[in-house]
Ligand binder design. Structure first.
Ligand code: SF4
Length: 463
């Protein structure tokens, strides 16, 4: 028997070239759980198209909301050729009934606890229509199958240490997908970091933690970083800004080779922060955190979202300068997206503000699927594109790199230069975020929300 695990993906920019920076990790973890007598392959659509004529007997499609219709189209072609198709991932977990109409089986929740059973059932020709993957402790996962990683990914040492986030931001799916924050044993994380052979110098040097909030549990974060110090790596992750307020943690981040931290700034406006349920990250606190991270020679990758209710087009575009003033070294600029399962979506549904004629392909983080309060959807989209152009204008991108060169460590500089260069070049070549193309047979977007996440994002968070 052969199993192929496919990460479905679509380019969000105006270009056709297949490029790849960081591979997602789930498929490599799932591949490691496949029994020895079953052949396994991993494919990411970012670097290799889906092969409908694959010799695999079972194809597992994992996907986010923005590519759901694309995944359903892939499934149709695969099933037409006699393949069994199982679906999983964030969108399937949110809307299992929708996905089930397009697959032989769906995995709801986390894949690892049920994946072996799925394969055994498929081998016996007895796939169940639905498998429920409960959130279990993460100890004991085998090392990811890095050997199956397609060579075109630039970053190769991708590792997961934690899963979930204790905060409850209104737009974020993490709390819905992973109701409990969990950590992996430090020694297993270190084992994974050390288990990847080969690659060039930078690929061996750089560790990318595929986590939502790596350092939010201080005790765990410090234990992990102490174990990282002797490895002499550069590492990057996403975590909340409070990491910069713990002196000991900050020292350990620096000593263990932290090159850059992605923090979700989301918005600089107080009312929008309330809408985001992220009052713990006011502008002054963000500014102080960035300052302290810079003092530790760490670059700051700043997530920023446009489309909150108080914003007009000029406010959106003004963020290009505001983020530079704040000291963000690489901005990541998204459009507010009402993903299924989020409180933000429920609020828009109640207010009748979802755009019913826009299917899932509009839910890609770069396009507009709701009616903004103070502008039209087209104005928001145009303002986002203009913000993107201005933020990655060559002068601005180069100035950010120069700034990091003056105060950052070598890892910070390498990342800031690579990312600003990458997006600056895209901007120069006109490869900016694009509207989604047509998707055949796109399912209608359901009008009722699934159960929303409740509770405020408190600080300190409840772990
Ligand atoms: S801090 Fe908020 S946006 Fe970030 S992962 Fe947690 S819930 Fe999501």
């Amino acid at each position: 028997m052969k199993v192929e695990i496919v990460q479905v993906w679509r380019n969000r920019y105006e270009e056709r070239r297949l490029s790849a920076m960081v591979p997602p990790l789930t498929s490599l973890h799932l591949a490691a759980l496949v029994p020895n007598d079953v052949e396994v392959a991993v494919r990411h659509e970012k670097v290799s198209p889906v092969d409908y004529d694959t010799d695999a007997d079972l194809v597992a499609l994992s996907f986010f909301t923005g590519v759901a219709a694309r995944a359903y189209a892939h499934s149709r072609e695969l099933r037409r050729r006699g393949k069994k198709v199982v679906m999983g991932g964030p969108h399937v977990t949110m809307l299992p009934d929708e996905a089930a109409a397009h697959a032989d089986a769906v995995v709801v929740g986390e894949g690892e606890p049920v994946w072996r059973r799925v394969i055994e059932d498929a081998a016996r020709g007895r796939l169940a229509p639905r498998y429920q993957g409960e959130a279990r402790p993460l100890a004991g996962l085998p090392p990811p199958r890095y050997d199956l990683l397609e060579p075109r990914f630039a970053v190769r040492r991708v590792v997961m240490a934690t899963r979930g986030c204790p905060y409850r931001c209104s737009f974020c799916t993490t709390a819905v997908l992973f109701p409990r924050f969990r950590t992996r044993p430090v020694e297993e994380v270190v084992r994974d970091i050390e288990s990847l052979p080969g690659g060039n110098w930078l690929q061996r040097k750089l560790v990318w933690f595929w986590d939502d909030n790596l350092l939010v549990d201080r005790r765990y974060g410090k234990a992990l970083l102490r174990a990282m110090v002797p490895l002499r790596k550069w590492w990057v992750t996403q975590t909340s800004l409070d990491c910069a307020e713990d002196e000991e943690l900050l020292d350990l981040m620096r000593a263990s080779g932290c090159a850059a931290i992605f923090i979700g700034i989301e918005t600089l406006d107080a009312a929008s922060l309330r809408q985001a349920n992220k009052m713990f990250a006011p502008r002054a606190r963000v500014a102080r955190a960035i300052e302290r991270l810079h003092e530790a020679r760490i670059a700051v990758l700043g997530g920023y979202i446009v489309g909150f209710d108080g914003e007009r087009p000029a406010d959106v575009v003004a963020a290009a300068a505001a983020l530079d003033d704040l000291g963000v070294d690489v901005p990541f600029l998204s459009v507010l997206t009402p993903y299924p399962g989020t409180p933000q979506r429920a609020a828009y549904e109640r207010a009748g503000r979802l755009l019913g004629d826009r299917g899932w392909r509009w839910y890609d983080g770069y396009n507009v699927a709701f009616r903004p309060a103070a502008m039209t959807p087209a104005e928001l989209e145009a303002a986002h594109r203009e913000l993107w152009r201005q933020a990655f204008a060559l002068g601005r991108a180069a100035a950010r790199v120069v700034r990091v060169a003056q105060r950052g460590g070598p890892g910070a500089l390498a990342l800031a230069a690579a990312m600003n260069g990458y997006y600056g070049l895209r901007q120069l070549l006109g490869r900016i975020p694009a509207a989604p193309g047509e998707e055949e047979n796109e399912p209608p977007v359901p009008s009722r929300s699934i159960e929303e996440v409740k509770g405020a994002s408190e600080f300190p968070p409840r772990l």
